[in-house]
Ligand binder design. Sequence first.
Ligand code: FMN
Length: 144
Amino acid sequence: MELSLARLVYYSRNRIAGDALPEIDAILASSRRNNAGAGVTGALLFNMGCFGQILEGPRRAVEATFERIQRDERHGEVSLLDFQGIDERAFSNWSMAFVGSSKLDEDRFADIAGQSGFDPSRMSADSLFEILHSLALEEERRSD
Ligand SMILES: Cc1cc2nc3c(=O)[nH]c(=O)nc-3n(C[C@H](O)[C@H](O)[C@H](O)COP(=O)(O)O)c2cc1C
């Protein structure tokens, strides 16, 4: 068991003007590079103009990463949903998993989220976590 692991869950509003996908590619590239170096893992979701993200790792590393993310002008209204100590990681194989707005993700999301639709601002930290976790596990199985 790693010492003092923590998990942080937040959502925010997209502020990228125009096509968001190239910017998201850039965000994922720097996330994967920086997070791998800092021992941070997690998942990022982009849908309906919102981001939802889970960061997990050593508490200090998660805090430092989140501070940097909060200053990023590509999103706004960053709202912390949860920050708590955990015993083990849920995304240990992912420096940053991504769940996007592809048709496939949408369909799988719809299966999981049911009729409520996906709007992270209306979701609890637990449901955001469950959705991202199950989609990441499914992705892992598909790429095996
Ligand atoms: C929604 C969102 C999520 C992000 N997630 C991460 C992340 O998990 N890790 C990270 O290092 N940077 C993340 N970033 C990017 C940071 O805000 C920042 O641009 C980056 O860390 C700068 O590092 P670089 O100079 O190495 O590219 C995210 C940005 C946004 C808008």
